[in-house]
Structure formats: structure tokens, C-alpha cells
Design a protein. Structure first.
Length: 418
């Protein structure tokens, strides 16, 4: 290769780089003008910042965001992990969501857009930061640090398992100290699984916001396309409108997080007060048996019972009520709940559990051997009838059969000794 060829190749590369930067700047300016942003520059680095305020009365799906201002510390603490507890005001909550170059979460995954949401006095404030080029990552991380510093309660959706760890990795790889102080972190993915267990087909944010918030997105970009949009932007392709949609997608994610928190608190409060109609946003199905664990793990047994009693037409709810009363020594109430469960039980496992619990209470607490024998025999009769129609599935209940027959023999010996 002669010197002229080298010169032509270098000039061609310079021309390509110039065209790429022109298209990148065009995309940035388009988003900046559409959303009213600002480009922050330092040396050769730049970060696009978008600030917006959503009014309090804004409705996201069926949820009015003004409900965020009535979130109280006691109810918020119910959603935190068992080991975490804090005095929380709505203004302490920092909602965040990231867009990345991939879903692996490894060292090669970059965060190129992050959105923060805070509940402010004048409205819901959203701040978004966009990584305009990969070399600007130190400046990008600097601005993230101002939000992620200690003092806030982080709120995310799968943020504990993904978002927070990806951010932490970027700080480490850039040689920056990360203020990793194990912040109080409320991950709404975990609470959604608890509240809507067995009701929702899956727990992707898109599914949860559709079924819990009655919100369906229109003109939104699919999540799997977002990394490609950013890569096309870096290559210098004209993706201005798609990039604008990515910012919009990120903003919708943040609003869904806030609306979802309002919804979850409303459902728990309605159960606590046993008056679902009096709590705005508390409509819709949920799993009271699973949701009651949020109260129980924080030591609120009476509130858990209130929640369960307002839905005491289900076998799983009656089971939980019976166990709580039994643990608290309220044996007569526990007996009633287990009897009611036995009457309502359709599943063979539920019936065997409830009849066994009734037999135990009769024998060991109330000293009613005849009553205990009656329910033990009912359990065995139901199991034999089930085995007649479903012989193979019944094999898994052999241990239960053994224990029931053993109990019946013991009870009969007790009766004969009277």
C-alpha cells in the first residue's frame, strides 16, 4: 500500500466520522427540542439531560398519581423486606429505571439512559440522563451519583437483581468509588409476585401494568428493540424518532412504577380497613392469602386477619386464618376456620390438611376424641374415594394415608379405654 492509498483511507475515515457525528448531533437535537432538554458538556464529554414535571392530577391507567402524596410510612414498610424498616416519607422515594445495551448484565453491558422520578410538592419530577457517546461515561456516572447518594429509598422493578447491579458494575469498571451502602431498596417485582400470586400469567412490567393498572401502551417501542436503536445511533444512522420513543418508553416505565406502588398500598390498606370500596384504586383481584404474608412478616397479625377475613370465601384464605389463630392460641376460632375450609375444599390436598387440623384440635386441645375420630375418618374416606377415580395421582398421598390410619388406630384405642 503506497502513501496515497493510506492518505485516501484516512481521509475517507475522517469523512465517515464527521458524517456519523453530524447524524448523532441531529438525533440529540431532535430529542432535545421535542422534550426541552439540555446538553451538559465538559471537555470532550457530553450528556443529554431531560427534566419534566407531571401534574399531580395526571392519571396513569386507572391510577391518579395524586395518591402518591398520601403514601404513609407504615404501609410502605409493609412492602420492604423483613429485615428492612425505615421511616419513609413520599419525598424520600427515588424511583429509577435504566435502558442498557443488553440484558446479560455483564461487564460489556452499558447503561445509556437512566430515568429518576421523585414526588415533589409541585408535581411528579422526572429527570433522564442520556449517554451521548461511550467516552462520556465518566460524566454520565457523575450525574447519576448525585441521585443515588445515601438518604433515598430506591424503588424499582427488578432493580435489585438487574438495574442496581449494572450501575454498580459501570462505576467499578470506570474506577470510580461506588456509594454501595446497601440502601433501602423496594423492588416492586417481588411485591407484585406476592400480591398477585396465581392470578397474573407472568410478572413482566407490561403484563402487570395491563392487569393491575388497566394500562395498555400505544405507540411504544418494544423493549427488545431499544439496544439496537442505541447501537444505530452510535453508528451514525438516522434514528431521531426512535430515540425520542426510547425516552418516552423510559418515562412510561417510571410512571408505571409510581402507579403500581399506589395500587399495591391501596390494596393492602383496603384489607387492613376491611372496606375496599373506601380506598381509591383498591379495585381488582389479588391474592389475599399470599398478600397477608406482607403483614405477618412485619408482626401485624391482627391486620393480616382483617385482610383475610374480608376474603374468607376461599380455602387458601381459611387455611391462613386457621394457622394464625392456632399460633395465637385462639383455638376455637382456628377450629371454625379449618371446619369451614373442609366444607369448601375442592382440592384433595386442602381437604386432607383441614380435616387433619380439625382432628388434631379436637384430640389435643378440646379432648373430644369422638370429634377427632370423625374428622380423621372423613379424611380417609375422601382419600379412598379420590384414589378410586385417580389412582396414579393418589400415590403421592401415601404418607398422608399412613398418618391418617395411624391417627385413627390411636383414637380408637383411646375411645375403648374410656
Amino acid at each position: 500500500m503506497n502513501r496515497l492509498d493510506i492518505f485516501d483511507r484516512a481521509r475517507s475515515r475522517q469523512t465517515h466520522d464527521l458524517q456519523r457525528k453530524i447524524l448523532q448531533n441531529r438525533s440529540l437535537e431532535y430529542v432535545k427540542e421535542k422534550l426541552g432538554g439540555e446538553i451538559i458538556e465538559r471537555d470532550s464529554s457530553s450528556v443529554l439531560t431531560i427534566r419534566s414535571t407531571v401534574p399531580k392530577h395526571f392519571k396513569h391507567g386507572e391510577i391518579v398519581l395524586e395518591g402518591a402524596y398520601s403514601l404513609d410510612s407504615e404501609m410502605l414498610n409493609l412492602l420492604l423486606p423483613k429485615t428492612e424498616s425505615s421511616i419513609i416519607n413520599p419525598s424520600d422515594l427515588l424511583f429509577f429505571d435504566i435502558e442498557t445495551t443488553g440484558l446479560s448484565g455483564g461487564a460489556g453491558t452499558n447503561v445509556f439512559l437512566i430515568g429518576f422520578l421523585r414526588i415533589m410538592g409541585e408535581g411528579i419530577e422526572i429527570v433522564q440522563y442520556f449517554l451521548s457517546n461511550l467516552s462520556s461515561e465518566p460524566l454520565f456516572l457523575y450525574h447519576l451519583h448525585e441521585h443515588l447518594k445515601s438518604g433515598s429509598v430506591l424503588v424499582s422493578y427488578n432493580g435489585k437483581g438487574y438495574d442496581y447491579n449494572v450501575i454498580k458494575n459501570r462505576y467499578i469498571l470506570n474506577g470510580f468509588p461506588f456509594n454501595d451502602i446497601n440502601p433501602v431498596h423496594l423492588d416492586l417485582l417481588f411485591t407484585s409476585r406476592r400480591i398477585w400470586k396465581g392470578i397474573f400469567p407472568d410478572f413482566s412490567l407490561k403484563t402487570v401494568e395491563r392487569l393491575a393498572l388497566n394500562y395498555g401502551r400505544s405507540d411504544d417501542i418494544p423493549g427488545f428493540r431499544i439496544p439496537d436503536v442505541y447501537f444505530d445511533y452510535l453508528r451514525g444512522r438516522d434514528v431521531a424518532s426512535d430515540l425520542y420513543t426510547v425516552f418516552f418508553h423510559n418515562k412510561l416505565d417510571l410512571l408505571s412504577l409510581l402507579a403500581l406502588l399506589i395500587k399495591q398500598i391501596a390494596l393492602l390498606r383496603s384489607g387492613k380497613e376491611m372496606d375496599g370500596e373506601s380506598v381509591p384504586g383498591a379495585g381488582g383481584p389479588f391474592n389475599p392469602a399470599s398478600a397477608s404474608d406482607l403483614f405477618i412478616r412485619k408482626g401485624y397479625s391482627s391486620e393480616a386477619k382483617n385482610l383475610l377475613k374480608s376474603h374468607a370465601d376461599r380455602a387458601d384464605v381459611l387455611k391462613r386464618l386457621g394457622l394464625i389463630c392456632k399460633r395465637q392460641g385462639e383455638y376455637r376460632q382456628a377450629l371454625d376456620f379449618f371446619k369451614n375450609m373442609a366444607e369448601r375444599a375442592i382440592d384433595i390436598a386442602d381437604y386432607l390438611f383441614s380435616s387433619t387440623e380439625v382432628a388434631k384440635l379436637y384430640e389435643h386441645v378440646f379432648k373430644d376424641i369422638e370429634g377427632a375420630l370423625t374428622y380423621a375418618e372423613k379424611g380417609l374416606e375422601r382419600l379412598e374415594r379420590y384414589g378410586y377415580f385417580y389412582p396414579e395421582p393418589c400415590d403421592r398421598f401415601e404418607q398422608e394415608r399412613f398418618l391418617i390410619e395411624k391417627r385413627i388406630s390411636r383414637l380408637k384405642r383411646k375411645l375403648s379405654s374410656y
